[in-house]
Ligand binder design. Structure first.
Ligand code: 8YV
Length: 313
């Protein structure tokens, strides 16, 4: 009999078909949730979860007595209650690596856009502003310092790209890494003070929640830019707004927000801000690889083989 997977969200059609070829898939978003959990909760042995749907909390796990694995479609897994999963010996997997390059590209897109004002320049040409004079001068990336907060695979991929733009790289993370050539800062405040572009590439969750507050933004200073491709929860959004409005930092490039998909109205009004809708991994190629990895992790689990990308075993 095929194991039953509760899918909290759909993945791409081809990978969804792949999943269906091996598993009985219950599409949670199409169903009466309470009725489903009541009638079939005991049959579900796996969850397919993503960041942009409801979290996988202890109360959901409690209604699935035979749940054995949660396969997250995404590198981050701060939407999953890991402690509750551990207590119930539920395995957790994610999809790192395959999305590293695309996510680092979005960081560079935002960096270049806040510095060179690419989005505004496009608008300037379209709206005929050029006919009335030249576009205002912008800020060079070359020779500037990128301070990367979170030096995992994505942070390192951003560093390589920023280096190619002739930037100096410094970083702050849980611990100093001995296999990278960049200067390490133990404190985020010191990193913010020493860099021109503070790039957030850390994990979400309680450890980094609101790590960037008004004090850190003041340390970044009036010529500094904040780039966030990590999680909205890392930044105190009200403090960011206040700092931007007061000119305490020069601008921000944001891919993630505190209450996605809601973005504060006052943020939308700021010219010095470039916004994207949480698209770090959002290419056809990468989303397809992520979907495959989800299925491969489930296959490994149900075949009793080692998980490809385990978070919790
Ligand atoms: C989302 C992400 O998972 O990998 C992550 O941690 O934030 C993204 O790739 C993706 O948008 C689906 O929710």
């Amino acid at each position: 009999m095929k194991p039953t997977v509760l899918a909290l969200k759909s993945i791409l059609p081809e990978e969804m078909d792949l999943l269906r070829s091996r598993y009985r898939v219950l599409p949670f978003w199409e169903m009466d949730r309470d009725a489903l959990l009541e009638a079939q909760g005991g049959e579900i042995s796996a969850i397919l979860s993503t960041y942009d749907c409801e979290g996988v909390k202890g109360d959901l796990m409690a209604r699935l007595p035979n749940l054995r694995i949660i396969a997250q479609f995404g590198a981050g897994y701060d939407n999953i209650d890991l402690r509750a999963a551990k207590e119930r010996t539920i395995a957790v997997t994610n999809t790192p690596d395959v999305l590293t390059d695309d996510t680092a590209d979005i960081a560079m897109l935002l960096l270049l856009n806040v510095a060179r004002r690419g989005v505004a320049a496009d608008r300037f040409v379209r709206e005929g502003g050029w006919k009335n004079g030249a576009y205002p001068l912008t800020t060079s990336l070359s020779g500037k310092t990128a301070g990367i907060f979170g030096m995992g695979k994505i942070g390192q991929a951003i560093a390589r790209r920023a280096e190619a733009h002739n930037m100096k790289i410094i970083y702050c993370s849980r611990s100093e890494k001995d296999d990278i050539p960049y200067a390490y800062y133990g404190k985020l405040s010191a990193l913010a003070e020493a860099c021109d572009f503070l790039v957030l590439a850390c994990s979400g969750g309680p450890e980094t929640r609101h790590a960037v507050d008004r004090g850190i933004l003041r340390a970044l200073g009036p010529k500094g830019y904040l780039i966030n491709i990590a999680r909205g929860s890392v930044v105190k959004e009200d403090d960011l707004l206040a700092a931007l409005q007061a000119g305490e930092i020069a601008g921000a490039g944001l891919d993630v927000y505190a209450g996605e998909p809601d973005v504060p109205e006052s943020l939308l009004k700021l010219e010095q801000v470039v916004l994207s809708p949480h698209v770090g991994s959002a290419t056809r190629e990468t989303r397809s690889l992520m979907g495959r990895l989800v299925v491969e992790n489930l296959n490994a689990f149900f075949e009793g083989k080692p998980l490809l990308t385990p978070v919790l075993t």
